[in-house]
Each structure stands twice: as structure tokens, then as C-alpha cells.
Design a protein around this ligand. Structure first.
Ligand code: THU
Length: 145
């Protein structure tokens, strides 16, 4: 069972994801995204997307938030909130789903639109039959390492 944060935390995640979207660097797509990642320590880490003239170097808001947390010693992701200033919710890209999977077997994913509506998802829904850190140890067990 995944942990669902209490409503006070969810409100804080929504607020921080919304606020950080204002700092998104998006001169190419004009598509700002804000994310807020909640880890087991109880701390929240916000992140925005940061684009680059060399387009492929762009980092998504979700990965930016998660990497900020990892750099502070966090390891276990509980919940990730994602805000976009438009009516249509933004679902995390495949790369971000896989990075979430690295730090959570499952976690809650909260999508937020400009109107403040939310959609609650689970990572296991977004990334079924996932490949994760545990799968690497299975092969090394087989080869006797
Ligand atoms: N983007 C995110 O930050 N998160 C997502 O889940 C989808 C896409 C960013 C990357 C790029 O800066 C812009 O949105 C358009 O793709």
C-alpha cells in the first residue's frame, strides 16, 4: 500500500508546485511546469522545467524536483505534485516516470491544473510492470555474484 499524504501536506504540495512554475525557463516551448516532491523525511522539494538552446538538454520539472531532494540526502519518494498553468492536466513524461520509480516502488502522483482541480494517480498506474533497482540484483544473483 502506498502512503497518501494528509490533506495539509497535499495543499502545501499544490501551492509549491504552482509557485515554482513561475520560475520555469521555457523560451522555446512556452510550456511552464512546476513540480513539488514530498519525501519520507517530511520535506518538500520544488522544481521547474529548464530548457536549453540545445533542446535535448532540457530538464523536466519533475526530475528537477527529485534531483534537488536526492542532493539533500533524500531517498524515498512519497508523493509528487505537477502543476501546469492550463486547463489540461500534464501527465509526467516517460523519463520522469522512470526516475520516480528509482526512488519509489509506488508513490502518489497529483496532477494540478490552472483552475486548481486535481487528479490523483499512482506511479504503478503510470508505469506498470516497471523495471526498478531490484531487477538488477536478480541477474547478479543468477550469475552467482
Ligand atoms: N515538461 C515537463 O517539465 N514535465 C513533463 O512532464 C512534460 C514536459 C517540460 C519539458 C519542456 O520544457 C516542456 O515541458 C515542453 O515539453
Amino acid at each position: 500500500m502506498i502512503e497518501i499524504p494528509e490533506s495539509k501536506i497535499i495543499q502545501e504540495l499544490i501551492s509549491q508546485a504552482r509557485q515554482i512554475a513561475a520560475y520555469a525557463y521555457t523560451p522555446y516551448s512556452h510550456y511552464p511546469v512546476g513540480a513539488a516532491a514530498y519525501f519520507t523525511s517530511g520535506k518538500i522539494y520544488p522544481g521547474c522545467n529548464v530548457e536549453n538552446a540545445s533542446y535535448g538538454l532540457t530538464i523536466c520539472a519533475e526530475r528537477n524536483a527529485i534531483f534537488q531532494a536526492i542532493a539533500q540526502g533524500e531517498r524515498q519518494l512519497v508523493s509528487l505534485a505537477i502543476y501546469v498553468p492550463q486547463e489540461v492536466f500534464a501527465s509526467p513524461c516517460g523519463a520522469c516516470r522512470q526516475v520516480m520509480r528509482e526512488f519509489a516502488a509506488d508513490c502518489s502522483v497529483i496532477l494540478i491544473n490552472q483552475q486548481g482541480l486535481t487528479r490523483n494517480l499512482k506511479l504503478a498506474q503510470l508505469l506498470p510492470d516497471s523495471f526498478g533497482p531490484g531487477d538488477l540484483s536478480k541477474i547478479s544473483d543468477q550469475v552467482g555474484k
